[in-house]
Design a protein around this ligand. Structure first.
Ligand SMILES: *Cc1c(COP(=O)(O)O)cnc(C)c1O
Length: 383
């Protein structure tokens, strides 16, 4: 019997929305101008670019001058972290970086490089067993010479969602810029920067049904950055390089859908996710949910199974037609528990058996049912 393939890895990437693709297409062909050119082709491209910027600004609750288009979520994180710390170091001698131990590698590896090559002092904040940061802990550790605080909004591996507004307020009262990686959060949680009170926020379109290879960094005005990519004066001098107009159009269109359909999408995935979690924990012994039970993304389920090889489980699931993830980006089969699972204190014999199952707008009850039927036997076989 052949069976259908079921995609349960929407945290890794999402399919491009067909309506978004349609809006992008003319900018690959007839509307091909360079937005920096003086002539009418250039003006057409520039108008499209500035429209997209205004649209994004409207959706984020900021001014168009505060929206920087980048090539991906990782680049936004890099620009936020490296650009801000370099500037803070130059302007006020601040050399201390506070971040969480459960950041995406786009943040954590950037901080590690700043420490190793540029002599910054990196300090990780304590997290609770769900991977959450307490604002009081941040308040205790923030210093006058802290260059930047960077804390992830919604965790890609374990789904937990941090109290971003409270964390941002601690930073604001200390006069330290606050960055949040909202790449995973944008599909389901508020990205209104006035509400969140953040100073920088990273987004990437392919996590919300936009194209891969385009991101945004929100930069609150008056909180300057050093550009990482120098050259032309595109993006207010913060990112040189001719803008990728079709992808930027795609970013704006996808963000519009994310914001306007957020509640509907949440209503659709939340009961499915809750059923999935309940059935997995009921059917499988020595299984645990990772991340917080309720302070988490509504489409996100993540587990650990004691004494199971997580990579082998993923391969068996794939053979059975189910596309899932271990949650961490590592797919080389290296038998090291992820940084995130280590940071939340999981023992090795649990942490190596991780599984992330993430739902999306095309997920159905039948797919979830088929998955929860198939999983227990696979886990049992691998033990
Ligand atoms: C996917 C992801 C990134 C990286 O985004 P890209 O656009 O793939 O570079 C960064 N942070 C988080 C939390 C993510 O989930």
């Amino acid at each position: 019997m052949t069976h259908q393939r079921v995609y349960l890895d929407y945290a890794a990437t999402t399919p491009l929305d067909p309506g978004v693709l349609e809006k992008m297409l003319p900018y690959f062909s007839e509307k091909f101008g360079n937005p920096s050119s003086i002539h009418s082709w250039g003006q057409q491209a520039e108008a499209a670019l500035e429209n997209a910027r205004e649209q994004v600004a409207g959706l984020l609750g900021c001014s168009p001058k505060e929206v920087i288009f980048t090539s991906c979520g990782s680049e936004s994180d890099n620009l936020a972290v490296r650009g801000a710390t370099m500037r803070a170091s130059q302007q006020r001698g601040a050399r201390h970086i506070l971040y969480s131990p459960v950041e995406h590698h786009a943040v954590s590896r950037t901080v590690e490089q700043l420490v190793k090559l540029h002599g910054f002092e990196g300090e990780t904040l304590p997290v609770d067993p769900y991977g959450l940061i307490a604002p009081e802990e941040l308040a205790r550790r923030i210093r006058p010479d802290t260059a930047l605080v960077s804390i992830i909004y919604a965790n890609n591996e374990i789904g937990s969602t941090n109290p971003v507004q409270e964390l941002a307020r601690v930073c604001r009262s200390a006069g330290v810029p606050f960055h949040t990686d909202a790449v995973q959060a944008a599909s389901y949680l508020s990205t209104n920067v006035q509400e969140l009170e953040v100073d920088r926020m990273s987004l990437g379109a392919h996590k919300f049904y936009g194209p891969k290879g385009v991101g945004v960094l929100y930069v609150r005005s008056g909180t300057p950055l050093i550009p990482l990519q120098t050259g032309g004066s595109q993006e207010f001098g913060l990112r040189a390089g001719t803008q990728n107009i079709p992808y930027i159009i795609g970013f704006a269109a996808a963000l519009e859908l994310a914001v306007t359909r957020r509640e509907n999408r949440t209503r659709q995935v939340l009961p499915l996710r809750d059923r999935l979690v309940g059935q997995v924990l009921e059917a499988i012994p020595d299984a645990a949910l990772t991340g917080h039970a309720s302070k988490r993304l509504p489409n996100h389920a993540s587990f650990v199974f004691k004494n199971v090889d997580g990579n082998a489980l993923l391969m068996h699931l794939d053979l059975a037609g189910f596309a899932c993830s271990s949650g961490s980006a590592c797919k080389t089969g290296s038998p090291e528990p992820s940084d995130v699972l280590t940071a939340i204190g999981l023992e090795r014999d649990w942490a190596l058996g991780s599984l992330r199952v993430t739902l999306g707008k095309d997920s159905t009850p039948e797919e979830v049912e088929a998955f929860t039927q198939a999983l227990p036997a696979l886990v049992a076989k691998l033990r």
